[in-house]
Design a protein around this ligand. Sequence first.
Ligand code: CP
Ligand code: NVA
Length: 301
Amino acid sequence: MDNLLSMSDAKDEVFDILDTAADLKSGKIKEKPFKDKYLGMIFEKSSTRTRVSFEVGMNQLGGTPLYLSSKDLQLNRGEPISDTARVLSRFLDCIMIRAKKHETVEELVKYATIPIISGLTDKEHPCQAFADLLTIKEYKGDFNRKLVFVGDGNNVCNSLLLAAAYVGMDMTVSCPKGYEPDKEIYDRAKKAAEKTNATITIEEDIHKAVENADILYTDVWVSMGDEEEQEERERIFRPYQINKQLLSEAKSDAIVMHCLPAIRDQEITDEVMTSSQSAIWDQAENRLHAQKAILYHILKE
Ligand code: CP
Ligand code: NVA
């Protein structure tokens, strides 16, 4: 894996990365291979989990992370991303970037000579998807399961579709009309799923969708960058909430996941978030182990 912009960049290494994440978490891998290695972390948007998990993770692997807010870089005064890429490639060993537009990260890759990891764009969130797979593996033991993503077919949903397809997990997206996942990614996931015998579907009816679900997953109705549509989205997504009633319509041992941050009483209730069926806090912790595994694979190669 040269870069990680899309879950597709890791399609041949998904299981290896998950094994590494599990070994890092259990302490089986103890080495700190990144002495004298520097990770630049560029943020154009807010972050709690992505920033802290990469910063702590890089330190734990013996390397040095540098937090670079785009507001403080010369990017903010119009220096092109291409020049930023050329220069940072001479100081750093890897860049993790959270960008407003996916194209910004593609531009960075074009001009950088070091590996680039996407820490979320408007299109995908592959780092999240690795933590999600790790969590599902821990809770369910295998991927012979049905995951239902409820709500907005957004960046998190797009990466999960690809992740599910590559590991052979069934996934249904239940969303209102007009808020489906990215068409090209959906088609790519469906095609990949043919090879792993997984079923990828969209089902507008939330009650039909959650039948037999092993995992219910949701994310905010208003992602970063969608704030102008807030009122409209809050109205349209209202029926797409994970609450106790909806959870009771899934399998009795179903787990609930959310990438966080969550807005209580919109996409999910507090009761469900803090219930015994919630995997959300372990999922958040797994960002650390997953991010370390990604760094391990991308930087050691
Ligand atoms: N899930 C996630 O990426 O969280 P942050 O926005 O806090 O990084
Ligand atoms: N879909 C959300 C995910 C945040 C981690 C957003 O893009 O804001």
